[in-house]
Write a protein that binds this ligand. Structure first.
Ligand SMILES: Cc1cc2nc3c(=O)[nH]c(=O)nc-3n(C[C@H](O)[C@H](O)[C@H](O)COP(=O)(O)OP(=O)(O)OC[C@H]3O[C@@H](n4cnc5c(N)ncnc54)[C@H](O)[C@@H]3O)c2cc1C
Length: 376
């Protein structure tokens, strides 16, 4: 079968790119290795630029319905929960949403445009390119052909490795845990818990975000660790190791961790990679975490994927040829995403020696970047 664009990976970046391309009347195939249903994960934080993309793609009502727009962002002392800083974000500048909720909403929108565009159970095995197009071969030997292939296959992108080499990511010495807790498991045991609380200490941080119309709490914990653990989004970990690592933390923070169902928590090592100088090769382009895997010291991975998706669709609409479209896309996106990778690494270094008693609130996002109007 022949398509205009083959998207590999039906995560947040792949589905958003599909929707943005459909808006430009481009025929897409979205190939996902997992079988259905595949929506998963805990919570995502989306800033002003990502929100703008979702609104442009007609998902404003989904955000109004399912996301939480926190009234306050509270920073607390790790040992005693003392409030160190409180900011009031603009309601458009920060939304918190369940990854599965957003993935399902994107999928419904994409399939309402084209019922046949999703190909679950398609794990990419090989790519071939020639003057006429690009071929994607999947495990199980199905083959699709298109004018362009976009790798949206996430943090450990096999396509990035194939095109740009088998890099050796650097272990940061940090471990990440994350979990999802039904609020019914917490209330009334957690009075004083807001929509967005973060406890900070030297080399340790725990962020709690309400999602799912406020019915769930997604948390993400980072701590220095000598233990190397694999970089994987899928492995349930239980809570023993995170409770041990956060044994000095405030009672309220530990209450959240203890309320987490075993199957709703996971852990992985945090690794750093260097920004790539190029994201495209011939008729293949990288997008989202595949292009710029971001260490989770800043909450920007989802914004960057949403921005990439929208800018790619704009570049394809503006350009006369596939090479020109990819050149416009890469030129518009590489500097911004590379700067975020460096900022994330710097934030990880800062966390190592952080003193909560001298904490000063600072912004990590450039809230002025607009993927809808940025020159392409
Ligand atoms: C299961 C899962 C849970 C996550 N949970 C969270 C979370 O709770 N909080 C958070 O901040 N971030 C989470 N993330 C990461 C987050 O979604 C991304 O950082 C961000 O949204 C950018 O999205 P992306 O589309 O680039 O990558 P992703 O959202 O990671 O999507 C990549 C997709 O590509 C698919 N894929 C990979 N290899 C192949 C292949 N060879 N062939 C076909 N398909 C392939 C994967 O199955 C996945 O669906 C999670 C990612 C995954 C995959």
């Amino acid at each position: 079968m022949r398509f205009d664009v083959i998207l590999v990976g039906a995560g947040i970046g792949g589905l958003t790119a599909a929707l943005a391309l459909q808006q430009q009347r481009v025929r897409v195939a979205i190939c996902e290795q997992a079988g259905e249903p595949f929506a998963g994960g805990a919570g995502l934080v989306i800033g002003a630029s990502g929100t703008r993309v979702l609104e442009q793609l007609g998902l404003r009502e989904v955000l109004d319905d399912l996301a939480v727009r926190p009234a306050h962002l509270a920073i607390r002392h790790f040992q005693n929960g003392r409030l160190l800083a409180e900011t009031t974000p603009d309601s458009a500048a920060r939304v918190q949403i369940g990854r599965a909720d957003l993935q399902r909403a994107l999928l419904a929108a994409v399939q309402s445009n084209d019922r046949e565009c999703l190909h679950p159970g398609h794990a990419l095995a090989d790519i071939g390119q020639d003057a006429g197009g690009v071929s994607a071969l999947f495990a199980g030997r199905q083959m699709l052909r298109g004018s362009l292939l976009v790798a949206c296959d996430g943090l450990r992108s096999a396509i990035r490795m194939r095109l740009f080499g088998d890099e050796q990511p650097r272990f940061t010495g940090y471990q990440l845990w994350q979990g999802l807790v039904p609020m019914s498991h917490l209330a009334p045991a957690a009075p004083g818990l807001g929509d967005a609380d973060t406890w900070i200490g030297p080399g340790q941080q725990l962020g709690c975000r309400r999602i799912g119309r406020g019915s769930q709490l997604a948390w993400l914990a980072l701590a220095r660790s000598n233990r190397w653990s694999e970089e994987d989004w899928q492995k349930p970990s239980g809570i023993d190791s995170v409770l041990a690592a956060f044994r000095n933390f405030d009672t309220l923070a530990r209450t959240v961790l203890m309320a987490t169902p075993r199957e709703q928590s996971l852990t992985r090592g945090i690794f750093l990679r260097e920004p790539l100088p190029a994201w495209t090769q011939g008729r293949v382009a990288l997008l989202g975490d595949a292009a710029h895997p971001l260490a989770p010291f800043i909450d920007q991975a989802t914004d960057l994927a949403l921005e990439d998706a929208f800018v790619l669709a704009r570049a394809i609409a503006a350009a006369g040829t596939t090479p020109e479209a990819l050149q416009r896309y890469a030129a518009a996106r590489i500097p911004r995403a590379s700067a975020s990778m460096v900022a994330a690494e710097e934030q990880g270094v800062r966390l190592t020696t952080l003193n909560p008693d001298t904490h000063v609130a600072g912004a990590t996002h450039d809230s002025h970047y607009d993927p809808v109007t940025v020159p392409v």
